[in-house]
Write a protein that binds this ligand. Structure first.
Ligand code: PA5
Length: 436
């Protein structure tokens, strides 16, 4: 099993009877999801994506990514929310947070159009000066303002630099099969397009072209990724709480929530996990936070954040639990060396690896936080590679859908996201816009 759920550190918080009590609700959630009869059921295409994905599109992603690798110094990925978080999480976890400094054979990759920051957009344009650039704009609706503004800026940048004809060869659009302004523009200009299937929403789209094209450009083996997701699809189908870790995790979250644990902290001991935390936060936050319900997802990187929010976690309000990811075999390791006179008193660690110390920090923290009444759900990941990551993406998508159904909300809509947009368009005096 690529990722293993360890329930040892929640046993003092959840009694066996509580699992029995919630079992029928998990079964019901399973039926709603698998039979596609639950709320938002027309957005459950991701469920069988690892087996019924579009092979032709998949091959096109591989061909196009090779072309981009061959003619591009900088690849700009334009998108917000579910249209960029998965790809960025994968690239940073599999390669490194320092991918852009370390990448030698593949283009540097920058993500933009995920905020309205003029400084961020200006600086990325500056970085692109004098470089060969290609862009991938990703927006299912094609109407989201953040990517739309970044796209028009980069479209003009490319057209000025290369002329309209060559610019066209460097613009790739990932959007709806037929609707929306981005699709219309792509058709009119003749841009290469990739499809976000109708039945897959943004935050469940990482295994479509949304995630796959940027990942392939970075050199991630997308065949392995899909194979990992397929194993998850097979393994996590079983409707038995004791045999399905994904369902067990969904049950644990709901039991803890009902006991007043309203905040979930996704924590990892690996800084390269930072953007995966962001992906998890968006997945759960946007899926569950509705109808005045839902666990509030937040995140931490340990041991870094043990020196900031660690104090709160240990001694603050007891309304939280942690979901901790521990990577058993780091991608790289460093051996601790001796120093003369042992001035820092750490020579007893000479010859030990840094990952050995990190593991002890993990064990010490889980114990301390559990003692401090913070339930710790632990996931052990044997190592980071595309296969395990594919498994992990699918695992948490399914856990989120099951958990949302247990909670009694529609996992696949996001009505609240519209509210700020309405106010913003009002302030912007968008022509034809009618204020609510
Ligand atoms: O999960 C979601 O549906 C959202 O986070 C969207 O991905 C995000 O709002 C971007 O939407 P779009 O791809 O339509 O630009």
């Amino acid at each position: 099993m690529p990722i293993k759920l360890n329930t040892e550190y929640i046993s003092s918080f959840i009694k066996d009877e509580e699992f029995y009590a919630i079992e029928s609700q998990v079964n019901l959630a399973h039926n709603l999801l698998q039979n596609r009869t639950g709320l938002g059921n027309n957005f459950t295409g991701w469920l069988t994506l690892p087996t019924d994905y579009d092979r032709e599109e998949f091959d096109k992603i591989k061909v196009v990514s090779k072309k981009i690798i061959s003619n591009t110094d900088i690849f700009i990925v334009i998108g917000v929310g579910g249209s960029y978080l998965g790809a960025r999480a994968a690239i940073e976890l599999v390669h490194s947070q320092y991918y852009n400094d370390l990448s030698k054979k593949t283009p540097e990759i920058y993500f933009i159009g995920n905020s309205l920051s003029s400084t961020a957009l200006y600086n990325i344009l500056k970085i692109c000066d004098g470089k060969d650039v290609s862009i991938n704009v990703i927006s299912k609706s094609g109407t989201t303002i953040e990517p739309a503004i970044a796209f028009r800026t980069f479209k003009n940048f490319l057209e000025k630099k290369y002329g309209k004809k060559e610019a066209k060869n460097r613009i790739f659009c990932t959007t709806d099969r037929q609707k929306g302004p981005l699709k219309a523009m792509a058709d009119e200009e003749g841009y290469e397009t990739f499809v976000i299937p109708d039945n897959i929403g943004g935050r469940f789209s990482v295994l479509t072209a949304v995630g796959l094209l940027p990942m392939a450009v970075s050199g991630i083996d997308i065949d392995e990724l899909i194979l990992g997701a397929k194993l998850a699809q097979d393994n996590l189908f079983c409707n038995d709480l004791n045999k399905n870790d994904c369902y067990k995790y969904a049950a644990i979250r709901n039991i803890l929530y009902r006991k007043g644990k309203h905040i979930e902290i996704f924590a990892s001991y690996e800084p390269d996990f930072l953007m995966l935390n962001e992906w998890l936060k968006q997945l759960f936050g946007e899926s569950e936070g509705k109808d005045n319900k839902g666990i509030f997802p937040t995140s931490a990187i340990f041991s870094t954040d043990l020196h900031s929010i660690g104090q709160y976690l240990q001694c603050g309000r007891r309304n939280l639990f942690e979901t901790v990811f521990y990577i058993e075999k780091p991608q790289k390791d460093v051996i601790i060396e001796e120093i003369s006179k042992n001035v820092d008193g750490l020579n007893f660690l000479t010859g030990k690896s840094l990952s050995f110390v990190n593991e002890k920090a993990f064990l010490g923290t889980v114990l301390a936080h559990t003692d401090g009444c913070v339930p710790n759900v632990v996931f052990k990941i044997s190592e980071v590679n595309p296969f395990e990551l594919g498994y992990l993406f699918y695992f948490f998508e399914k856990a989120c859908a099951i958990s949302s159904y247990i909670l009694g909300v529609n996992p696949f809509d996001q009505p609240g996201v519209e509210k700020y947009k309405n106010n913003m368009f009002d302030f912007l005096k968008k022509p034809g816009y009618v204020s609510y």
